[in-house]
Design a binder for this molecule. Sequence first.
Ligand SMILES: [Zn+2]
Length: 299
Amino acid sequence: MLNIKDPNLEFLAFKSETIDSVVTTVAYCNLKLPTCPDCHSAHIWRNGYAPVKVRYLSSDASRPLMLKLAKQRIICRDCGQSAMAQTSLVDKYCSIANPVKRKILTSLRNDWSMTSIAAFTNVSVNTVQRVLEQYSSPFHDDDTWLPEHLAFDEFRGVGRKLHFIALDASTHQIVKILPTRYKQTIMTYFKHYPELVRRQVKTVSMDLNYYYAAMVKELFPNAQVVLDRFHIVQMLNRSFNACRIQVMKQYPKSSRSYRLLKYSWKLYLKPFDQLERKQPGYNWHLQDRLTQARLSQTG
Ligand SMILES: [Zn+2]
């Protein structure tokens, strides 16, 4: 039922229990250790069980599932080593099962909030964050290296707050996510890299944010600021549309000028030589036959 295939795991009973005022299905099981993990001898003394609670995946999020594992302890009669049974289901000293962590990781690839992932995997938001930190960038705490080409941006995350993100612009690997985008946080984080490492950064790509550009000069003395083309195009589009609407509103709604500016807005964003210039089409808003090129020119 749980798709667990550990031959040393023996299920004893399933019970309904209230844990932290939530009705939870509890699976009682024994985890056996038939041989010594060091010398593989089956000549062992059994030395009792260590109880461990493990949160497991549940198909119904309103009804969490917990494994109450009794891990067998042994002492090897051949080599004298003492050992405790372990399973690939859960890491040592951890109370969250590995399938839960995998579920969290795969969920993080979708644009779901950490709060909703926490809710359907029955863990806290902190656990989701910890799993992300634990398995994200391998350069996480390596302060001897920074990519030559960095990219800065921000995104809305937990609690609708804006977070700061730094990427390797060539590989798109995450270098760091910071909880806020304030100057103090960003400066403190990058200052923990020695200046020699920071001098290796050649370019920093970003949107048209003067705020970041000033910081780059201070943090990465050899870096050039690269304005992201996407952000420039996006800003041009927005400004152009704002301008078009401003002009449009000077005309009465029933006028030809108003209609020209309102309904053909997509044509104005296209390169002129990509417009149809031979075949006129009937335009319902203008009640006229015009080619796209003519329409755009009149507009
Ligand atoms: Zn042994």
